[in-house]
Design a protein around this ligand. Structure first.
Ligand code: SAM
Length: 244
């Protein structure tokens, strides 16, 4: 039926495309895609041919009204090059406008690099904070890190290989030398997750910038130590001296 279908696609291993995702892609009237070559490969893999409409950062403003208009009568699927649309990828404004126009919006959930990395990192998962890509420039990056230094949650961010070591150093500087994990090439042949202190990881990757796609996961700040009995005694004695 007509409307918008948000379809998650694999982040490396084509086996991760869900049967429901494949079914929706096969039946969509058109697929809004970031890069036609990338999605053509996926559609070929499942043996379907659908019209593709480019929808990316550079043409989104112009394309959005057309896509919204078509949703009145057509099933429009939205995919990104990899993973879950809208997560460090285009789509949120399309969902906003589709809803505002009264169209049905359906999600077909699936792979997401941030969540996959969190499951590999051996760090607390009860509260996490997704930062997407930090700004590449040193000063803006330091500011972005300072903003989240007090957040009591595991931090998740995307980074590129060449910038990884500098990013880890900046995190160590701004957050303290916390435990962290670097998850690389998740679901692909050279998948690995390396854990250690931020400074140790920064050193390791300074020597050899890693290839491939990367997610960094950083432990929450250490909880403040509960006041000891000795502290309480001192505080009590001090308070008593101030009594009239
Ligand atoms: N929407 C995607 C998702 O749901 O994960 C993320 C898109 S974002 C433009 C691309 C970034 O995600 C990469 O630069 C990398 O940091 C991360 N990423 C994507 N696939 C990955 C993989 N297989 N292993 C590790 N990181 C990955």
């Amino acid at each position: 039926s007509p409307g918008l279908y948000i379809v998650a696609t694999p982040i490396g291993n084509l086996g991760d495309l869900s049967p429901r995702a494949a079914d929706i892609l096969a039946r969509a009237d058109a697929v809004a895609v970031e890069d036609t070559r990338v999605t053509a490969g996926l559609l070929r893999h499942i043996g379907v041919k659908r019209p593709m409409l480019p929808y990316h950062d550079h043409n989104a403003e112009g394309m959005r009204p057309q896509l919204i208009a078509r949703m009145a009568t057509e099933a429009i699927a939205l995919v990104s090059d990899a993973g879950t649309p809208l997560i460090s990828d285009p789509g949120y404004k399309l969902v906003r406008d589709a809803r505002a126009a009264g169209h049905s919006v359906v999600t077909i959930p699936g792979p997401c690099a941030a969540i996959a990395a969190l499951t590999l990192a051996a760090l607390p998962t009860d509260r996490f904070f997704f930062l997407g890509f930090l700004p590449p420039k040193q000063h803006a990056r330091a500011e972005a890190i300072a903003e989240v230094a007090a957040v009591r949650a595991t931090l998740i961010l995307y980074e590129s290989g060449p910038r990884l070591s500098a990013c880890l150093s900046a995190l160590a500087e701004g957050l303290g030398d916390r435990e962290a994990a670097v998850a690389r090439e998740i679901t692909k042949k050279f998948e690995e997750a390396v854990t250690g202190r931020l400074s140790t990881l920064a050193q390791r990757y300074a020597e050899a910038p890693p290839k491939g796609e990367i997610v960094v996961v950083v432990a929450p700040p250490e909880p403040a130590a509960p006041p000891s009995e000795a502290d309480a005694d001192t505080a009590l004695a001090e308070a008593l001296t101030r009594l009239p």
